[in-house]
Ligand binder design. Structure first.
Ligand SMILES: Nc1ncnc2c1ncn2[C@@H]1O[C@H](COP(=O)(O)OP(=O)(O)OP(=O)(O)O)[C@@H](O)[C@H]1O
Ligand SMILES: [Mg+2]
Length: 511
């Protein structure tokens, strides 16, 4: 009779239980793995055989023919995480161990000497075991801390096959990790590489960035070369509010699936700041692949996606951002179904006004032909610009301002205002039982509820909508930005001044 061991694999943001069945019987010493394995799973036969032999057990070929089935058979399997359950299945089937608890799940890559190596997606796997009658998860030591975030499951860190066999035989027990209450404490990193106090002038850009971060709005910085666009964007992490526990959990899950967590950094505690190069492919940016993985937009979830030199990205890549910018998630469809990854990020894009960069500069002559400028600007289509709430010009600073010795306002002070504005938002949403974090996430229904305006404000909005030929989306986004500006002032109502400021940031889209 075949033996059965339970394992699991990350699938999208969740985990999927995989039954590993092993059958050994007399015949030619062949090792077969079935159940749509990829190359890494197929290679398990060599790793498992060597690991078992080097752990002083009898290798499977000693018993004849071995067949491993990974069920459900219609789901493609990838990676080396099935090594450990396959090895246990072989040991059980060949009566080299007695039994394996039914409520336990096993995961881990094997080194040839029988040690366990880390795997991707330990956290989503651990979380998904909760409602499936599993109580124990055995996995590599390096993944254990991260998996321990799953409160209901006992997590056993395993170093080697021998250690696990001793535990299962009751000889030397492995202690499950103790659960802690405060995994995400000290969420703010004390030192940021950049600080707004070192950026001279550009007060209006800093204000726009403060609004963007407070409400989670997208922003485009445009200006001549060397005016400080990249510097301003890179200073953003220093004014971002700390992650909430729910947000940190979501971000950690995404990093876990991408293999970006390890024993040293099991949790992601800081807001992500991702700045992919403009040569990035569509898949690396939005995610995908035959085993769908999160792309840069999902790794930037709850943080910032900075696309420097925005028009230099390929048009296909830029257009791919349309759906996630609208929905806050990306849906990747494959023949076996669609997988969703969260992609709730603030888009910060920077660009020059023209190929030579000097079109808006008072002091330097622009040498571009009108056609060249057109072609350059047309790389950003209307639908993309419509999704960018704030457009801020970054002019070249005059010598007097640049050479002044005084420091500007510190990031810490700006961050305090941002945190206060976010608190108002989360307070408002939780009071109304809305599952939202920032104003930018409001649906039209939520906008109706939270962005009520008076007669004077309506009049102003009516004029602006007609004059700027705003799309319904543009109209809603304007209201959301105005809501954030009102929150920064701790104002219950959206007033004319808040709307006027929000309108000013959209002004550049006027044709
Ligand atoms: N307001 C400022 N205060 C202090 N230093 C500044 C300021 N603006 C620019 N600089 C200096 O200029 C350098 C270049 O700025 P940055 O790379 O951000 O320009 P940019 O606008 O991104 O240019 P490009 O369009 O060529 O990418 C900065 O590293 C910084 O040393
Ligand atoms: Mg730059």
């Amino acid at each position: 009779m075949a033996s059965k061991v339970f394992s699991a694999t990350p699938l999208g943001m969740d985990g999927k239980i995989i039954e590993v069945e092993v059958d050994c019987h007399s015949g030619n010493p062949v090792f077969n793995i079935v159940g749509l394995p990829d190359a890494a799973v197929k290679e398990a036969q060599d790793r498992v055989s060597s690991a078992i032999r080097n752990s002083t057990f009898k290798a499977p070929h000693f018993f004849g023919r071995t067949t491993v089935n990974l069920a459900p058979a219609n789901l493609k399997k990838e990676g080396a995480g099935f090594d450990l359950p396959i090895a246990l299945g072989v040991l059980l089937e060949t009566a080299q161990i007695d039994n394996i608890p039914e409520n336990a799940c096993f995961l881990g890559e094997l080194a040839l000497d029988g040690r366990l190596r880390s795997v991707k997606g330990a956290l989503p796997v651990a979380l998904s075991l909760k409602n499936k009658n599993f109580e124990e998860l055995f996995l590599p030591e390096e993944n254990a801390e991260e998996a321990n975030l799953a409160k209901e499951i006992k997590i056993y860190p395993v170093k080697t096959i021998n250690q696990l066999v001793d535990h299962l035989a009751g000889k030397e027990k492995i202690e499950p990790l103790a659960k802690k209450e405060d995994y995400f404490q000290k969420l703010i990193a004390p030192n940021f590489a950049h600080d707004f106090c070192f950026i001279k002038g550009q007060e209006h850009v800093k204000r726009a960035l403060e609004i963007a971060v407070s409400g989670g709005h997208n922003i485009l910085l445009s200006g001549p070369p060397g005016s400080g666009k990249t510097m301003l964007a890179k200073s953003l992490p220093s004014i971002m509010p700390p992650l909430s526990v729910e947000e940190a959990m979501e971000v950690t899950k995404l990093y876990s699936i991408s293999g970006k967590t390890n024993g040293k950094t099991p949790f992601i505690k800081e807001r992500p700041f991702r700045s992919p190069h403009h040569s990035a492919s569509a898949v690396s940016l939005v995610g995908g692949g035959s085993f769908p993985r999160p792309g840069e937009i999902s790794l930037a979830n709850r943080g910032v996606l900075f696309l420097d030199e925005f028009p230099e990205f390929s048009k296909e890549v830029i257009e791919n951002l349309r759906q996630p910018l609208e929905d806050g998630e990306i849906s990747i469809t494959r023949s076996q179904g669609a997988l969703n990854f969260p992609a709730n990020f603030i888009l910060v894009a920077s660009m020059n006004p023209c190929p030579c960069g000097n079109a808006t500069d008072d002091e330097k002559q622009c040498i571009c032909q009108p056609m060249q400028i057109n072609r350059y600007q047309q790389k950003l289509s209307g639908p993309i610009l419509d999704r960018i709430d704030l457009h801020s010009e970054v002019p070249r600073l005059k010598f007097e301002k640049l050479s002044s010795g005084t420091l500007a306002e510190k990031s810490e002070l700006i961050r305090e205002r941002v945190v206060a504005a976010r608190k108002i938002q989360t307070g408002r949403f939780s009071q109304e039982k809305e599952n939202l974090f920032t104003n930018s996430e409001m649906s039209s229904r939520a906008i109706r509820k939270f962005c009520q305006i008076g007669t004077k404000e309506k009049e102003l909005l009516k004029n602006a909508t007609t004059k700027m030929n705003l799309s319904p989306r543009g109209y809603h986004r304007l209201l959301k930005v105005a809501r954030t500006i009102a929150d920064l002032e701790n104002s219950k109502n959206i007033e004319v001044s808040h709307l006027a400021e929000a309108i000013q940031y959209r002004f550049k889209e006027e044709k």
